[in-house]
Design a protein around this ligand. Structure first.
Ligand SMILES: Cc1cc2nc3c(=O)[nH]c(=O)nc-3n(C[C@H](O)[C@H](O)[C@H](O)COP(=O)(O)OP(=O)(O)OC[C@H]3O[C@@H](n4cnc5c(N)ncnc54)[C@H](O)[C@@H]3O)c2cc1C
Ligand SMILES: NC(=O)c1ccc[n+]([C@@H]2O[C@H](COP(=O)([O-])OP(=O)(O)OC[C@H]3O[C@@H](n4cnc5c(N)ncnc54)[C@H](O)[C@@H]3O)[C@@H](O)[C@H]2O)c1
Length: 474
């Protein structure tokens, strides 16, 4: 084989691509990272970072407005959206500077890139060759076949964080994580929100009771949640925008000042010339096998562009797997999605890891569910944040956690502990016997685990050992 310019070329410098570049460079490979415009991706500029910053601002407003229940009197909170938008851009800049280190040992190029063959790429007018390539070009907001929508215009996650004036009312199309997180945050900032969701419940990937709890939390803050409702058409009437919605057999019209489209994602595959070189893809994304290999042997893909789990931490995990498989001749690694956590950052948060109850029943013979109310966590009481629950799904003779679903303040923070336990097959008794600091929300998890132990077969066998020992003493 003739010598190649690079060992590995990575297309897309977002969450997955940046991690892949860093891992590959740390292994001593000659790495080229190409992005069409800038490094950081959706997560940094238009996703996780600005959305969590906006959610933080909205929480401050909400807490100030509800502080009277704590005996505090706060003056009317005034919101200067131009300064809020500026502060969000400031956070992005801080995170961006911290990420710079990812590319210190990597060649970075910006521009238009396309495949000429599985080993040759054209970047602007320059041809480069690479032994292997990883495609990590991410996704964009799904463009739906909603008649009239493109003509009247709408917002997406790509522009909502830059608004310096908020609309008085907003129709959000889509009740997934983007719709519910932004719906609650913008409602707290004074926008009248109508959330329109196609399926029969919001957050349909969650357990049903999680969807119910989050819908109730939104409704308590005056978000109108409309489910089983598919948006078919959009129109403008003077200064207002309206959508025609099919709800059951009925057509219903909703009207507001603006529309936010939050109805899923589509993969960024355009312009790469994938058809010519034989990389297969469909509307969900580029097809990969368990090794993240595409239909072309030396081309891998990861992150949003392959669909499935659209999360920054999953893209980063896949980066480690794809780099290893692209660079190492032996010891190929399969992806393992047994322990995937995610959190929807509403207030209370909806935290999820592993299997749902239905999935657990399909995969395990012995399945047991233990629930624990968030209100029984002392820290939750001290912070007046008592809404929610912990639902643990246990399976197998040894009673390992195979799934956990939580609604509660800071619930997402508990996922790390459960992830580590699940990854290492720790049992419930090992987990609850570990000392947790009081009073943290983690003690709530420890209490839930203790509840699980109290109703376990292990307790029954421990009881018989103790009663035998006591009999012997008599
Ligand atoms: C509003 C919102 C909030 C979110 N919040 C969270 C959250 O809290 N937690 C979480 O885990 N996930 C969250 N996500 C999802 C997360 O942003 C994505 O899963 C993650 O960014 C995917 O990483 P990626 O590397 O696949 O793509 P990206 O990070 O988007 O990176 C893709 C990169 O490819 C580049 N690119 C695109 N096309 C080309 C091309 N043709 N040539 C070269 N480069 C190209 C882009 O410029 C970009 O830099 C959120 C998403 C949204 C929309
Ligand atoms: N906290 C987080 O980790 C976080 C936050 C935001 C986004 N994300 C990621 O971003 C991805 C995209 O999120 P999303 O909320 O845009 O997509 P989504 O696919 O999760 O939810 C969109 C919802 O819109 C509905 N929908 C589609 N067309 C519709 C129509 N015409 N009328 C009414 N409803 C319609 C869909 O049925 C779906 O339930 C998610 O998969 C998630 O992984 C993660």
């Amino acid at each position: 084989m003739t010598s190649m310019d690079y060992d590995l070329t990575i297309l897309g410098g977002g969450s997955g691509g940046l991690t892949a570049a860093r891992v590959a460079a740390s292994l001593g490979a000659r790495v080229l990272l190409i992005d069409k415009e800038r490094l950081g991706g959706d997560c940094l500029y238009t996703g996780c970072v600005p959305s969590k910053s906006l959610i933080h601002v909205a929480r401050q407003v909400y807490q100030a407005r509800t502080a009277t229940r704590l005996g505090l009197t706060s003056d009317n909170v005034e919101i200067d959206m131009a300064r809020v938008a500026e502060s969000i851009q400031g956070v992005i800049k801080q995170v961006q500077d911290a990420e710079q280190v990812y590319t210190d040992d990597v060649t970075v190029k910006f521009g238009t890139v396309s495949f000429q063959s599985p080993t040759a790429l054209l970047i602007n007018d320059e041809q480069i060759t690479s032994r292997a390539t990883i495609i990590a070009t991410g996704s964009h907001p799904a463009r739906l076949p909603i008649e009239g929508l493109a003509e009247i215009g709408y917002l997406t996650n790509e522009d909502v964080f830059q608004l310096t004036n908020l609309p008085a009312s907003l129709l959000i199309v889509g009740g997934g994580p983007v719709g519910v997180e932004l719906g609650q945050a913008l409602a707290r900032l004074g926008v009248q929100i109508t959330l329109i969701q196609g399926p029969e419940r919001i957050l349909p990937r969650e357990e049903p009771e999680v969807s119910v709890a989050i819908a109730e939390a939104l409704q308590l803050e005056n978000v109108q949640v409309v489910t089983n409702a598919r948006v078919l058409r959009a129109e403008r009437h003077g200064g207002k925008k309206s959508v025609m919605v099919k709800q059951g057999e009925q057509m219903v019209v909703f009207e507001a000042d603006e529309i936010l489209l939050a109805a899923g994602r589509q993969p960024n595959v355009g312009g790469l010339n994938l058809d010519t070189i034989g990389v297969t893809y469909n509307e969900q994304g580029i097809k990969v096998n368990d090794y993240l290999r595409t239909s072309v042997a030396n081309i891998f893909a990861l992150g949003d562009v392959i669909g499935g789990y659209l999360f920054t931490h999953v893209a980063a995990y896949q980066a480690g797997v794809a780099v290893r498989n692209a660079l190492l001749p032996v010891g190929k690694k399969k992806v393992d999605y047994r322990v995937v956590p995610w959190c929807t950052f509403t207030d209370p948060e909806a935290a999820h890891i592993g299997l749902t109850y239905t999935e657990a029943r399909q995969r395990h013979r012995q399945v047991r569910v233990v629930t624990f109310p968030w209100a029984d966590i002392d820290r939750a009481q001290t912070e007046h944040a008592t809404t929610g629950f912990i639902k643990l799904i246990l399976a197998g003779k040894k009673e390992e956690i195979v799934g956990a679903h939580m609604v509660g303040a800071h619930a997402g923070e508990l996922l790390g502990e459960i992830a580590l336990a699940m990854q290492n097959h720790l049992t419930v008794s090992t987990m609850f016997a570990t000392i947790h600091p009081y009073p943290t929300y983690h003690t709530g998890l420890q209490q839930a685990l203790f509840e699980a132990y109290l109703t376990s077969s292990q307790l029954r066998s421990n009881r018989s050992i103790v009663s035998a020992a006591l009999r012997l003493r008599k």
